[in-house]
Design a protein around this ligand. Sequence first.
Ligand SMILES: *[C@@H]1O[C@H](CO)[C@@H](O)[C@H](O)[C@H]1NC(C)=O
Length: 310
Amino acid sequence: MRNQTRVLEFLFLGLSEHPEQQRFFFRLFLIMYLIGTLGNLLTILAIGFDSHLHTPMYFFLSNLSFLDLCFISTMVPKMLVNNLLGSNVISYQRCLAQMYFINAFGASDSILFSADRYLAVCHPLHYGTVMTSHLCALLVAVPWVSAHLIAMIHSIFIDHLSFWTNNKILHYFCDINTLIKLSCSDTHINEMLVLFLGGPEVLIPFKCIVVSYTPIVCAVWKVPSAHGKWKAFSTCGSHLSVVTLFYGTVIGVYFNPTSTHTTQKDMIATVMYTVVTPTLNPFIYSLRNNDLKGALGKLLGLKHFSKRPL
Ligand SMILES: *[C@@H]1O[C@H](CO)[C@@H](O)[C@H](O)[C@H]1NC(C)=O
């Protein structure tokens, strides 16, 4: 019975129907993807090749870059290739696999990121030196394992849904919410799961970050000199903007109980957390760091780039 009602493939309707806008999005995604890949790859390589940077903090940053890289690579290349080939088809299995990896990488990214921010802000001393490599590996492994578990639960429950004749996905990747709205089965359990598992995936990490940053924001407020204030504010402000952009858009899209279909606004929000923040992350958190700049300079063979005496 289930096999008969199951569609074999889905069609992406993408971000826009107009060829002019499609070309614009194609260029935008291509440029963002190239910048994002380059920034994250350089972060990973610079940390990997510099033994001075083999500390918990840099392992975390490198792992985050790796996750960002995986995350954007689950959807952007497929979208670009489809666009080039003038095709918008994805098979049912691939669609489910894509959704699995997007959920898994997205959730690991979110959880690991909050752990990283919590440690960097609240326990900088432990972060720098005291943490053992075992603890560090554990802190990386827990987000990975829990995120894959969550993604697996979502996939199993989505696989039980039936999709009748309507196989047009008003989106540029197999988004869990869009699939739920497309299905003709009873999707109550799936909706509940999105909300319930969204807690450990998104809400708790977000709360953790907000709590970590609150004392910092208060301290910046009290910095007496205007120059010092501006410097602290620009670092802290850029961190918080990216955090807000990522978690704000995710929460707006997935925790909006009144929405019955994917709107244009959801789509723009989705572009933010799927493409824009993973591209910005390495430039905001990693590549502004002087030690990392030095390592990057050495990697690229630019001697004057390095500020540290060798
Ligand atoms: C991620 O972190 C682990 C544990 O600290 C480390 O061994 C590993 O090299 C890191 N992976 C990447 C890609 O940076």
